[in-house]
Write a new protein. Structure first.
Lengths: 109, 111
């Protein structure tokens, strides 16, 4: 099956810092999403971004499908940004999303 | 906006008991997916339904079964529960194109 690698696995930052999370995938995909899992376990959809660039407030994402990677940018981090960030992809014809192992982000006040 | 509704939010069962989890997808979403997330793990795809028919299977144990009903809600039935079944169980729905929307999950604890 398709492989999804996320880096870094862990990241500790001070409030106000910027960060870049990376997702590499091993095959062509027709769906790529970034999720934030908060400390209560909820999976919040951040971006549906199989290609191109999108921005939503302090967050933005870029997927370069031809090079099989995606980046999630978080600017001016806040403590509420803490949690696990997952990248998940789906190939054409495959039904379920395949998740990466996630990046565990801790924002310290 | 309407979201994916899951019930119950929390469930505690003893070993060898059965459990039923429910999922109500976003209105007009015809496809439902079930995922299992163990402690410290990433979510793993279990099973999916499109128009009330099973469309794909992932790593779902034989002790588990699921179905989608005429109103598009889905139920995941789990029998002979084991300690290792303790996990967060998510349901997600999707329209024909676009991203998946996940419910808030059911936290199952088997004691």
């Amino acid at each position: 099956g398709i492989q999804v690698e996320q880096s870094p696995p862990d990241l500790i930052l001070q409030e106000g810092a910027n960060s870049t999370l990376r997702c590499n995938f091993s095959d062509s995909v027709n769906n790529l999403q970034w999720f934030h899992q908060n400390p209560w376990g909820q999976l919040i959809n951040l971006f549906y971004i199989p290609s191109g660039t999108k921005q939503n407030g302090r967050l933005s994402a870029t997927t370069v499908a031809t090079e099989r990677y995606s980046l999630l940018y978080i600017s001016s981090s806040q403590t509420t940004d803490s949690g696990v960030y997952f990248c998940a992809v789906k190939r054409g014809g495959a039904d379920g999303l395949t998740f990466g192992k996630g990046t565990h982000l801790i924002i310290q006040p | 906006a309407a979201g994916v509704i899951q019930s119950p939010r929390h469930l505690i069962k003893e070993k060898r008991e059965t459990a039923t989890l429910k999922c109500y997808p976003i209105p007009r979403h015809d496809t439902v997916y079930w995922y299992q997330q163990g402690p410290g793990q990433d979510p793993q795809f279990l099973i999916s339904f499109y128009e009330k028919m099973q469309s794909d299977k992932g790593s779902i144990p034989d002790r588990f079964s699921a179905q989608q009903f005429s109103d598009y809600h889905s139920e995941l039935n789990m029998s002979s529960l084991e300690l290792g079944d303790s996990a967060l169980y998510f349901c997600a729905s999707i329209a024909r194109a676009g991203g998946y929307t996940f419910g808030s999950g059911t936290r199952l604890t088997v004691v």
